[in-house]
Design a protein around this ligand. Sequence first.
Ligand code: GAL
Length: 422
Amino acid sequence: MYNRFPIVVLAVSCLAALAPLSIQAADNKLEVFSWWTSGGESAALEALLTVYKKQNPGVEIVNATVAGGGGSAARPVLETRLAGGNPPDTWQSHPGFELIGQYVDPGYCEPITDLYKSGGWDTAFPKEMVVNLMTKDRKIYAVLAGIHRGNVLWFNAKLLQKNGIQLSDSLTFDEFFAACDKLKGAGIAPIGVGDSGIWASAQLFENTLLGVLGPKGWVDLFAGTIQWDDARVKGAMRLFGKMLNYINEDHATLTWDQAIQQLIEGKVAFSSMGDWADGEFVKAKLKEKEDFGWVNHPGTSGAFIAVADGFALAKGAPHKEAAMAWLKSIGSKEAQEAFNPLKGSIPARTDVDRSKFDSYHQWSMDSFARDKVIPSCVHGEAAPAAFQQALSDAVTTFMTDRNVDSFANALVQAAKETLVRK
Ligand code: GAL
């Protein structure tokens, strides 16, 4: 009798272990994976989830986030889950090489082309982006929640005013450095960086590189007609090196949003950062132009580095129906109008009610419509993951050795090994 007890317990516990699995396959759940954990990011994500819950009452949401700006910590976790056959239902991805190279090519995604057809999305979303960066073999693999602008120079408006600094949208590098000198002279760290995740410095470099090369040069560089040791690229590296002379001393211990917090507190004056920074200003209830302002990163007026946020559908999604409803929800006007004002990005849909957006968003929407839109390398769109990593590594080394030749050579080598020529 007593001897049989453990067997019975074992049998029951096996059943108990199996039961949730079979229920899980049919239950009303949704796991959403992202790296949106900063104040502004999580507020915006919450808005997306709220719209979803309203549209799909009764679905339990598992909000799976891995902290770390730019997704540098989240992506390896996701990769392990995907490789292990344990995918979240849906996850955040940048379009371009990240979506196609890391998730579609290895077979981790299910196409969602039908949603575009049934939802009339073919005309609602920017066609070039959908076709060039999110489609493989005529199948579409993601829906965009919003589009960030990467090349924005944010500033503490009161600090600049106090120091008699006025900037225009066509800010040049010389004007920018003159402003930095003035601020440094007044004892203020001019440029705030939070590169405990190195991508934040890589982004400062990316923006500066665009400022020197211009959009055409950018396209040529990634197409291989301009080399990474070209005089113009090296010139951009030198300018980046010069900027490093003006950054906050504690940059390596801060995250990107902590650096934005320093800007808010007036400890630093500028930050060259994608407009997820705007999400932090909105969250802190700051007033546009009074408390904070923005212009193009030096030299980049007329260009829009797009850092778009899409969501993909897992092949073998544990809760496929709920996941399809999630993607449909993200693509709805309601969700795009709720999410983007809090996130800093512009809606990917071009048919939203513009009056729901503040001045910054109006500025960015105008820029998107008018300027040359180019993909970001730091955020996985313009080049394969291996090159993105090589760029981060080269920036890490450059931060300490400031050697332009080795910086350029490292990228020439990485381009040879990893850049796919079309
Ligand atoms: C980007 C992402 C943005 C923002 C940022 C900082 O890669 O596209 O949505 O979250 O990272 O974490």
